[in-house]
Design a protein around this ligand. Structure first.
Ligand code: LMR
Length: 354
């Protein structure tokens, strides 16, 4: 009988102990899900920023820099969530539609991608449009920028900044490309801009408007013979591995327009708008410096990493390209209007035509 009593007590102690242990474990798990730093997480504003290039490109780095600044300046209250390499929306056109629908809040497409909706933005596609980065900046900080940015408002878009990537170069499988006539009969991938199409048609080049993320495949499969892009894009997307010739022509400029949905912008508090403006200014300065550095570095990397034949146009040859492409200006002068073209000619006078 005594034994039974001892056994029952021992059993009860064991049971209570086990129950306490189980209780502790659940309590600990409960405590783990509670984290001071997460307080107010629902109050966090998340800005989804989608773009098509690699992280280690001027735009990729500028977006990251902007995101870091915003979270630092708002103590993490505003988080910029980045989707690079077209991972969320495969191309800029889809991303623009998603921005308009409010599915994402920020994008930074190349200006040429805007031209189907805003033909005036073809201005940036003019051949040899900006002789230097400073000239591009001056244009966008002056009347040209003011006018082009104002057009975006008609479509509920808020233009936050103009970012430079840099000068476009030519790559091809059929080459070498030294004179404009060397391109005759080739088929090129271009961005969706009618002006670019016209420019290449002038040189007897057939063109296809292919999304950025399908360009490598189109070059590799010989659907097109060549393309134009900046050195950082040619390097980061490995176009140079499927092309035999690269000509440093600096014949066009690749810039980006950083956009937000205007309705979304208007619902942000003034404080947050200020942080975004400030951070954007800093990121714009950063991309300006970084793009020069990265384009130079990309050229060195391409030389090291491949047998692609690289040709640099001489000044005399470049003049020939300028002259050959001059008619593009004539055919677009009336479309762009006197104000815009006169402003550009002033910039050309100051900085010289390339
Ligand atoms: C392209 O399509 O070539 C560019 O728009 C890519 C980019 O965003 O730099």
């Amino acid at each position: 009988m005594k034994n039974l009593l001892y056994f029952s007590i021992a059993f009860l102690v064991l049971l209570i102990g086990t129950l306490m242990l189980i209780f502790k474990i659940f309590q600990a798990e409960d405590e783990l899900t509670f984290d001071d730093e997460q307080v107010g997480l629902e109050d966090q504003i998340v800005i989804r920023f989608s773009h098509v290039v690699a992280e280690n490109t001027p735009k990729g780095l500028a977006v990251q820099y902007f995101a870091d600044l915003v979270s630092e300046k708002t103590d993490n209250k505003v988080k910029v969530e980045i989707f690079s390499n077209g991972n969320l929306y495969a191309n800029d056109e889809e991303a623009l539609q998603a921005l308009k629908r409010g599915e994402i809040q920020m994008i930074a497409p190349a200006t040429s991608k805007l031209t189907p909706s805003f033909p005036e933005w073809q201005f940036v596609d003019l051949p040899f449009v900006f002789p230097t980065y400073e000239a591009a900046n001056e244009a966008f900080n002056g009347e040209i920028g003011q006018y082009l940015f104002s057009l975006l408002e008609y479509d509920h878009l808020k233009g936050l900044s103009f970012w430079s990537n840099g000068f476009k170069q030519i790559t091809s499988n059929i080459g070498p490309i030294q004179t404009p006539r060397d391109l005759s009969g080739q088929h090129f991938r271009i961005m969706p801009s009618k002006l670019l199409k016209k420019q290449y048609a002038l040189l007897d080049v057939k063109t296809s408007m292919i999304p950025f993320n399908l360009t490598y495949q189109s070059l590799e499969d010989h659907i097109v013979d060549g393309t134009e892009n900046t050195l950082s894009n040619i390097y980061s997307k490995k176009f140079y591995r499927v092309q035999d010739h690269l000509t440093i022509s600096n014949h066009g400029f690749l810039g980006y327009i950083v956009l937000m949905n205007n309705d979304y912008w208007n619902q942000l508090s003034t404080d947050i708008q200020m942080v975004i403006i400030e951070s954007m200014e800093e990121a714009s300065e950063m991309i300006q410096k970084k793009s020069i550095e990265l384009n130079e570095q990309s050229l060195e990397n391409i030389k090291k990493d491949s047998d692609i034949e690289i040709y640099q146009l001489t000044e005399k040859e470049k003049q020939q390209w300028v002259e050959e492409l001059q008619p593009v200006y004539g055919s677009y002068e009336s479309e762009f209007g006197n104000n815009l073209t006169n402003e550009l000619y002033k910039i050309h006078e100051k900085y010289g035509v390339q």
